[in-house]
Write a protein that binds this ligand. Structure first.
Ligand code: PBG
Ligand code: ZN
Length: 325
């Protein structure tokens, strides 16, 4: 018998010895949605176990995260008022600036990443300022992004993650940060972000559905692989410290391609739709949830991801704690 490969699979000890990829709690960044108000903890119907949290509740949540060993979060703000330019994102007393300050005050050991975009702050729900034809004006958006990044930096953010897919955003943010003395503040770019149907549930939780049209004039066409690489190489050149592919499940080929063509760390964003599909499939008994979850997460590592942004982070941390991973 030629038992060439099977002999390394005969028992779990040996399988573990030859396992090529691993999940660590430190690989994960957990997204938090910060809503104005107090004592707010609202579960989102389309994303079971994911909540909109007011700042006080988010501070409590960080305590829970730390108990699980999760020390990295990415913040999204849901302001009380929205307008055409997203003013709440541009002032030091806006929802996200306050959230960063208050979370860092209670949890200085928490690594706070901020999503930098305008869609949660504009009344039209697009990721920047509109021009007279109602398309997002790239350069005008760069200008207000420079203001927004200083709001995040001053409030004490540990890393900035621009997600709006504006051309030239990394160069703009890097120059602005450096000019203002924030040389050490890293940028994790949503460098390759596709116009995806998988963002549906996120837009419920972040209250950021565009009021007209879609994001296809700034986010990427899912059909394009070469352009996907170009986008990340461009942000690499402009000075992004960490690159990203988003969504991830339908784009593992892109993850591998970028990994092989840059030396920068690579993050993947396991987005809301991916999360909810697994969650609802598990709840209906269609699949073994824990097993499928681990299989899905490890596929990101195998494809070349260094960092995983995921709503599953707490569940994974719990499984690691229980020795199931
Ligand atoms: C905003 C933003 C989006 C996500 C992260 N930042 C949504 C979008 O582009 O509409 C998606 C996250 C998710 O679906 O989990 N620019
Ligand atoms: Zn946006």
């Amino acid at each position: 018998m030629f038992n060439r490969y099977r002999r390394l699979r005969v028992n779990s000890r040996l399988r573990s010895l030859v396992q090529e990829n691993h999940l660590r709690v430190d690989d994960f960044i957990y997204p938090l949605f910060i809503k104005f108000g107090e004592g707010v903890r609202v579960e989102i119907e389309s994303m079971p176990d994911v909540y909109q949290l007011s700042i006080d509740e988010a501070i409590k949540e960080c305590g829970t995260l730390k108990e699980l060993g999760i020390y990295s979060i990415i913040l999204f703000g849901i302001p009380e008022t929205k307008d055409s330019v997203g003013s709440d994102a541009l002032c030091d007393s806006g929802i996200i600036a306050r959230a960063i300050r208050e979370i860092k005050k209670v949890h200085p050991d928490m690594f706070v990443v901020t999503d930098l975009c305008f869609c949660e702050y504009t009344d039209h729900g697009h990721c920047g300022i509109l021009d007279h034809t109602s398309t997002v004006d790239n350069d005008a958006t760069l200008e207000i992004s420079a203001q927004q990044v200083l709001v995040h930096a001053k409030a004490g953010a540990d890393m900035i993650a621009p997600s709006g897919m504006m051309d030239g955003i990394i160069e703009t943010l890097r120059t602005t940060l450096d000019k203002n003395g924030y040389y050490d503040l890293p940028i994790m770019s949503y460098s390759t972000k596709f116009a995806s149907g998988y963002y549906g549930p996120f837009r419920d939780v972040a209250e950021s559905t565009p009021s007209f049209g879609d994001r296809r004039s700034y986010q990427m066409n899912p059909a394009n692989g070469r352009e996907a690489l170009l986008e990340s190489l461009e942000d690499d050149r402009q000075g992004a410290d960490i690159l990203m592919v988003k969504p991830v499940l339908a784009y593992l080929d892109v993850v591998r391609d970028i990994k092989e063509n840059t030396k920068k760390p690579l993050a993947v964003y396991n987005v809301s739709g991916e999360y909810s599909m697994l969650k609802f499939a598990g709840r209906s008994g269609l699949i073994d949830y824990e097993r499928t979850l681990i299989e899905t997460m490890i596929s990101f590592k195998r494809a070349g991801a260094d960092i995983i942004i995921s709503y599953h982070a707490k569940e994974v941390a719990q499984l690691i704690k229980e020795g199931k991973i």
